[in-house]
Design a protein around this ligand. Structure first.
Ligand code: AHR
Length: 327
């Protein structure tokens, strides 16, 4: 065989090998066949967490061969309702959405139910008497996140030998599941510890600039009485930190800082010692969403609630082992 012919044969067989190994890789995850049409209504772009969640949903849809109709509601419930109506009109196979707040979904979800389209709640829950309106919830156990934050604070107070612990809480969007559950889990956990005293809870809407505003207000009101900031997400924490420094306090030393999410920026600040504890809330829900959507389309049973596993990062551990976070 001539050298040229031999070279062409090697190139063709390499191409075939690459094609087959790519095909096998893709087939590791259940593919939707024929392509499933999934309408997904995202809350908005309020945080790095949300951006990570959107990216993950898009990547996993592609990996599973799911056609995604993606709509960003820009932090408005009415936009989410309008998006769900468009999905129904378009006759998508499955609807998934992250409800910005818990109340106010009955009408539009009844329309989806009447159209025979199953609905997956992603990340956040709704409050409804009719449990048949949605097929399932795929999202974090926010109550447990609040518990982990509270338990950390009790351990920290023990280690530092504190006799009185004054806490300010910067909460997420009012009437949202993470806000309500993170508040409840934390409050229930510290309730029996007489040292703990919540000075004020203030709504920071999960947004960085609001976190800064809230912190300014709290510092003006309580000054050096503040021992702890418990913030419901990294974004608000990162907004609050410069305000604390500007007021002459050292975050992580003069004031204990507890955050939730575990995005890269907050983990870097944790490693610098300006945050003491970050409870993880993973945005990587896409794989479960696609698997569940495929099952629903095939008429299979799905679990009512699917919580991802989550952990806690804090100054109690060796932080050098924390790998890249990916959001
Ligand atoms: O619902 C999850 C929360 O929403 C995340 O903690 C926060 O960062 C996001 O905006």
């Amino acid at each position: 065989m001539g050298k040229r012919k031999w070279l062409i044969m090697v190139m063709v067989s390499n191409l075939l090998l690459a094609f087959f190994s790519f095909a096998c890789q893709k087939n590791d995850s259940a593919q939707s066949d024929p392509a499933l049409l999934l309408g997904f209504s995202q809350i908005g772009s309020e945080s790095a967490w949300r951006a990570g969640n959107t990216k993950d949903i898009e990547e996993q849809a592609e990996l599973f061969g799911v056609s995604l109709m993606f709509e960003n509601a820009n932090q408005k419930q009415e936009n989410q309702i309008a998006a769900i109506r468009r999905f129904i009109a378009y006759k998508v196979d499955v609807i998934a959405f992250s409800p910005i707040v818990e109340e106010g979904w009955e009408n539009v979800l009844t329309e989806a139910k009447n159209a025979g389209i199953p609905v997956i709640l992603v990340d956040r829950d709704i409050c409804s008497k009719d449990k048949e309106l949605t097929a399932c919830l795929i999202g974090a156990d926010f109550y447990e996140e609040g518990v982990m934050a509270g338990e950390y604070l009790i351990r920290k107070a023990d280690t530092l030998g504190l006799e009185q612990v004054n806490i300010v809480e910067i909460t997420g969007t009012d009437n949202s599941t993470p806000m309500e559950q993170r508040q409840a889990g934390f409050a229930d956990t510290i309730a029996s510890d007489e040292r703990m005293n919540i000075l004020e809870s203030i709504d920071g809407d999960f947004i960085k600039s609001r976190g800064a505003e809230c912190m300014r207000t709290l510092l003006e009101k309580y000054g050096d009485d503040i021992d702890v900031v418990y913030s419901h997400n990294d974004e608000m924490t990162l907004g609050a930190l410069p305000e604390i420094e500007e007021a002459g306090f050292v975050p992580g030393k003069d004031i204990i800082i507890i955050s939730i999410d575990g995005g890269q920026d907050a983990i870097d600040v944790l490693k610098d010692g300006k945050i003491n504890c970050v409870v993880e809330c993973t945005p990587k829900l896409g794989r479960k969403v696609m698997e569940t959507a495929i099952k629903l389309k095939n008429g299979e049973e799905v679990d009512d609630v699917i919580h991802p596993e989550e952990q806690i990062f804090s100054d109690e551990q060796d932080l050098s082992t924390i790998g890249p976070r990916g959001y």
